[in-house]
Design a protein around this ligand. Structure first.
Ligand code: GSH
Ligand code: NAG
Ligand code: NAG
Length: 279
């Protein structure tokens, strides 16, 4: 192996972190991208699970065969080989990955029956169904045998989601799901209205956490703000801030977030990564 391979997907929030990093760090010529269709559960193909036993994107296989299996490791590795030097990760990177603000759970979350019904006739339903079909298919192959624990866990999770999304879950299961969803949105509200604005203020003149140009923290944070806007229905960058305001019930968007959005959206990297749609 001689090149660096990035396993990625165009609708994946965490893959977008790696894709922004590749472009901002001047690595586009050095990194070969391979697409893994998460919407159809292709990340659960045993061939991919052999590479990353967590079956997640982004994943990088370096020239010496070393595998970087989570977003933090992937981006830190990219920064370490880049011709362009940027500010290294701080605790902000870890904050963006806290389990209580998981963006992929936020996508599927529903705080009440109305929200669940709405999502059950939209993209989240398609994702839940196809992903479940993918896990079911790949888990039953002989090649899946060595990874039984992964498949058993993923199948349990996806069966639970499917029961909610096909309205076959019992009342207690639904109530628990609504509660978990509410907790995630409460935590997201704190993150976007308090934690992140405070970190941006502490960063000084900015406009990025990394200073005049984006640093490692900024790749993680940028993908999260883009993803949040998409959860609120924005597909284009121009719609992002209004979607953000409406999505949080009409509360003014913190000025730090407005400035941050305005600093990112004109950049070439952002325009390329979000060319088709915010995600
Ligand atoms: N902690 C992991 C999370 C990565 C992750 O969950 N990625 C999503 C895509 S944004 C994924 O691969 N999901 C696979 C699935 O459908 O379970 C990281 O930081 O890389
Ligand atoms: C794999 O997933 C487990 C459980 O979520 C997590 O603790 C572990 O850190 C993950 N591995 C990597 C390389 O991120
Ligand atoms: C990423 O993977 C590394 C190596 O397996 C692990 O030490 C680290 O805890 C993981 N980080 C996250 C945020 O999952």
């Amino acid at each position: 192996m001689s090149s660096t391979t990035l396993y990625t997907f165009e609708l994946s929030v965490w893959s977008a972190v790696a894709e922004l990093a590749v472009l901002e760090l001047g690595l586009a010529d050095k990194v070969e991208k391979k697409y893994v269709d998460l919407v159809h559960g292709e990340n659960f193909k045993p061939e991919f699970v052999k590479i990353n036993e967590n079956a997640t994107l982004p994943t990088i296989v370096g020239p010496d065969g070393t595998v970087y299996k989570n977003t933090t490791d992937v981006v830190n590795y990219l920064a370490s080989i880049a011709p362009v030097k940027v500010k290294a990760a701080t605790e902000i990177t870890a904050l963006t990955h806290e389990a209580n603000i998981d963006p992929n759970f936020a996508l599927l979350s529903a705080r009440n029956a109305e929200e669940l019904a709405a999502k059950s006739s939209a993209f989240p339903k398609v994702f839940v169904e196809n992903r479940h079909a993918g896990i079911t298919k790949y888990s039953s192959t002989p090649e899946a045998k060595p990874f039984e624990a992964l498949y058993t866990g993923k199948l349990a999770g996806s069966s639970w989601l499917l029961s909610l999304y096909t309205n076959t879950a019992d009342e207690a299961t639904k109530a628990e799901f609504y509660k978990a969803s509410q907790a995630t949105w409460d935590a997201l509200t704190v993150f976007y209205f308090e934690t992140l604005p405070a970190k941006l203020r502490d960063a000084g003149a900015g406009p990025f956490l990394g200073g005049e140009k984006p640093g490692v923290d900024d790749f993680h944070v940028a993908a999260r703000v883009a993803h949040l806007a998409s959860l609120f229905g924005a597909t284009k960058s121009e719609e992002g801030l209004e979607a953000f305001r409406k999505g949080f019930g009409g509360k003014d968007v913190p000025v730090e977030i407005v400035k941050y959005w305005e600093a990112w959206t004109p950049r070439e990297s952002w325009k390329q990564v979000y060319a088709k749609t915010l995600h």
